[in-house]
Design a protein around this ligand. Structure first.
Ligand SMILES: Nc1ncnc2c1ncn2[C@@H]1O[C@H](COP(=O)(O)OP(=O)(O)OP(=O)(O)O)[C@@H](O)[C@H]1O
Ligand SMILES: [Mg+2]
Length: 277
């Protein structure tokens, strides 16, 4: 992504991302303190205290069942922790629902599911815009396709994203006609329609071929260059090594190591957890 494309394609988004690191002068955009979550007898997340520095991609890794997705759901507000607190941009958000968190700039990607594949790529993006997911837009989309007149500003934003992700030519395609990797791109673009400051990504490379994986990876690095902060759950450690710093390692609900990928990959407790997992 060239600087020109960023500046010309998405000026508003870029500026708002930059604001996190500069105007607010905060080095830590999100913090958890002693977060715990159990499901019946299974403790999925136990005493997790992490900090997410602004302008970084924090890697969240660990063996299957370590608690990574549960922690991400808790950060997004989709799961309520049994204990502990979550702080975003200096404010406690532990009791806020996902919509409120998203309005503040904390959002996560969602897998495309249900009836969304029966909408076009562009319609999927429009539906993801904040405060546009109500019945009005839904009716407009599914019914008379009134968005062409009513939602012009949103269409401009969506097309800027489509250009940025080289998906403009697919804007009228139905999502169920896309490849797995293109669907992942739509999921990321949908979350960017909310103009987030912190984006939570759970395995965005799953089911994606290597060349598109590299493309998604470079998009994430470009977004970070614009100042967007991310937490990335990923099993492919090569990707984590290239994109993420710091890396948080979880096993059996606990954070067992933090540091650069180079640091944590040689730590005995991390090797043991992966072997056990
Ligand atoms: N809704 C749920 N109900 C019951 N148990 C759950 C639920 N969600 C997660 N768990 C359990 O909590 C533990 C952590 O699961 P989680 O999905 O967070 O792990 P993960 O690190 O994301 O694993 P993976 O790498 O396989 O995606 C697992 O033992 C899982 O079975
Ligand atoms: Mg998971």
């Amino acid at each position: 992504m060239s600087a020109d494309t960023v500046a010309g394609g998405m000026p508003e988004t870029s500026r708002s991302h930059m604001a996190v690191a500069t105007e607010e002068g905060t080095s830590c955009i999100l913090e958890t303190r002693g977060v715990r979550k159990s499901f019946g007898g299974v403790v999925a997340v136990e005493d997790v205290s992490i900090t997410v520095p602004a302008g970084h991609i924090v890697g969240l890794i660990g063996p299957n069942g370590a608690g990574k997705s549960t922690l991400l759901s808790i950060l997004a507000g989709a799961q309520v922790p049994d204990a502990g607190s979550i702080w975003f941009l200096g404010e406690e958000i532990s009791r806020q629902n996902p919509v409120k968190r998203a309005r503040k700039g904390l959002t996560r990607t969602f897998q495309l599911s249900g009836d969304l594949p029966r909408l076009t790529v562009l319609e999927n993006l429009l539906l993801a815009a904040p405060d546009q997911s109500g019945e009005h837009l839904w009716a407009a989309l599914v019914g008379k396709r009134l968005w062409k007149r009513q939602e012009e500003a949103l269409v401009i934003r969506a097309r800027a994203l489509l250009n940025r992700f080289d998906m403009r030519k697919h804007e009228d395609a139905y999502v169920n006609e896309l490849s797995g990797g293109q669907r992942r791109l739509v999921e990321i673009m949908r979350s960017l329609m909310a103009n987030p400051r912190l984006l939570l990504l759970d395995e965005p490379f799953a089911g994606v071929n290597p060349s598109l994986s590299r493309r998604i990876e470079s998009h994430l690095i470009d977004l970070r260059a614009d100042g967007l902060t991310m937490v990335l759950v990923e099993h492919e450690l090569g990707v984590v090594e290239r994109c993420c710093d710091p890396v948080v390692v979880m096993a059996m609900g606990h954070v067992i190591a933090e540091g650069t990928m180079g640091d944590v990959r040689t730590r005995g407790e991390v090797l043991d957890a992966y072997l056990a997992g």
